[in-house]
Design a protein around this ligand. Structure first.
Ligand code: AMP
Ligand code: ZN
Length: 488
């Protein structure tokens, strides 16, 4: 398996530190509001990555934090006259709920910043003792960036360039404008904790380093997040962890591309966002995920409602093919053509090999999905050519493998109701004098009457049958294998 490491800018052979095991961390949200589908893109991408690692036989331990103390949470709480804790609890719960609705697997560990203060204080003490951090007179503690000779390696920056860009702030407490806060002295009305440097709270970058160390142990195999986190967040996490424990931090850095609307990054501050919850009210989680998978996780992804609609249609088409394969297998008639069946089996093997190769090549989900779209086309062709005399085994297997390949990526195909509604018997009575309550027999009677009407060019009767079925949400499908009534 090859994974693109954003710190080295290359695809590398993936070799976990401990054979058969993967330790993986992805920065979680700051819980001050509902997440938008840009955030969701990052979390869904790593869900797919994690699922593929598991499918490849690795025992994966996946940790993700909740940043539940932060300026944004405090500001939101002040605006709403609530406590920061109330705001954080509300949006933590909502985040967990909406991730589940999006079919994202729960992490194995979900530490919360406010519950990890002790671990963070411990790390900061170690950094001060090692000469990598200092307490300022105002009660803040800063990380001394120049004390880390490797600073910049995660995000490909160099200290001198950063210096040019650094704002010369009024903050006289920092020894160097590049330094960043590990601990912030308490301000009135803000949540705070006791520390050796007085009351205060951790800086944002502090929690992830401490949590990775505590829950996964350093170094880990994979550290991920959106590409906007590479600098300064990931750079700073890495600086703290490597300077505190001297063990390395993350072997592979993975960064997802941004989700865009009209060419601009979706973000809260620009106001160009749709929350994940509102999108899932209108569309299936499977369609949203399929849309996302059709673009490689590192590339920018242009979101539009039309594209989401398109993904929904693709799913319906694939589900329709799976259902037709099953129906054709259930109703197979006549001697199957062995050559056609062999070609379908070969197409399945081809799709599976393609899919595997794509996923092993830095999680090329676009290619993986395309391999199965191709199989759907082949399956439709097969059904057409076999004309009823299908190979039951091949048809059934084909439907199952398409379903399973998508499920593997977390895309659940919509279940298309198989059975016909009980009212069909009564409607058959009304339309063609059918007597009884066997729905399948009623369907046969209706189809028979329609076939007779059409043979007699009695279009009015044939249309009346079609219209009455439409009222029940049913349609007649005429295929080369015969006609059937199905849910529209
Ligand atoms: P935040 O709560 O802002 O830290 O964001 C949570 C996660 O969402 C981070 O990994 C961000 O990099 C990611 N993220 C934010 N905006 C986008 C976007 N437009 N597209 C993809 N990922 C994003
Ligand atoms: Zn982080």
């Amino acid at each position: 398996m090859k994974i693109y490491n954003s710190a080295t800018h290359q695809k590398e052979d993936f070799r976990p530190l401990e054979e058969g095991k993967v330790r993986m961390y992805v920065c979680g949200p700051t819980v001050y509001d509902n997440i938008h589908i840009g955030n969701a893109r990052t979390f869904i991408s790593f869900d797919v990555i994690r699922r593929w690692l598991i499918a490849s036989g690795y025992e994966v331990t996946f940790a993700q934090n909740l940043t539940d103390v932060d300026d944004k949470i405090i500001n939101r709480a002040n605006e709403q006259g609530r406590t920061a804790e109330e705001v954080a609890t509300e949006f933590s719960d909502k985040f967990i709920g909406v991730m589940r609705a999006a079919n994202v697997l729960d992490p194995d560990v979900r530490p919360r910043a406010t519950k990890e203060i002790g671990a963070m204080i411990g790390m900061i003490k170690t950094l001060i003792e090692g000469g990598h951090a200092y307490a300022a007179d105002n009660g803040d503690v800063y990380f001394s960036v120049r004390s880390d000779s490797a600073y910049g390696e995660v995000s490909g920056r160099n200290i001198d360039d950063l210096m040019v860009g650094a704002r010369i702030e009024e903050n006289g407490d920092k020894r160097d404008p590049l330094d960043f806060a590990l601990w912030k002295a308490a301000k009135p009305g803000e949540p705070s904790w006791k520390s050796p440097w007085g009351e205060g709270r951790p800086g944002w970058h502090t929690e992830c380093a401490a949590m990775v160390h505590r829950y996964l142990g350093t170094p880990i195999d994979i550290h991920g997040g959106g590409s906007d986190l590479a600098f300064p967040h990931h750079e700073n996490e890495c600086a703290q962890a490597t300077c505190a424990w001297h063990e390395g931090f993350a072997n592979t850095w993975m960064h997802t591309g941004m989700l865009l609307v009209d060419g601009e990054k979706m973000s809260k501050s620009l106001g160009n966002f749709f929350t994940l919850a509102e999108v899932l009210e209108k569309h299936s989680a499977a369609a949203l995920r399929l849309l996302m998978l059709q673009t490689h996780y590192r590339s920018p992804l242009d979101f539009s409602w039309e594209r989401l609609e398109g993904a929904e249609n693709s799913l319906a088409r694939i589900a329709g093919t799976c259902r037709n394969l099953k129906w054709a297998a259930d109703h197979a008639e006549g001697e199957p053509n062995a050559e056609l069946a062999a070609a379908l089996t070969a197409a399945m093997e081809h799709a599976s090999a393609d899919y595997q190769a794509c996923m092993d090549d830095d999680f090329n989900t676009a290619g993986a999905v395309a391999a199965y779209f191709q199989l759907v086309t082949e399956a439709n062709k097969y059904l057409e050519q076999a004309a009823g005399a299908v190979d039951e085994d091949a048809a059934r297997t084909c439907g199952a493998v398409i379903f399973a390949a998508l499920a593997q990526l977390g895309v659940r195909l919509p279940v298309i109701e198989e059975s016909l509604p009980a009212e069909l018997a009564a409607v058959a009575g009304e339309l063609v004098g059918f007597d009884g309550d066997d729905v399948d027999a009623a369907a046969e009677a209706i189809l028979e009457a329609r076939a007779q009407a059409r043979a007699a060019k009695d279009w009015a009767t044939a249309d009346a049958i079609r219209d009455r079925l439409k009222d029940l949400g049913l349609a007649i499908e005429d295929t080369s294998a015969g006609s059937r009534i199905k849910r529209a």
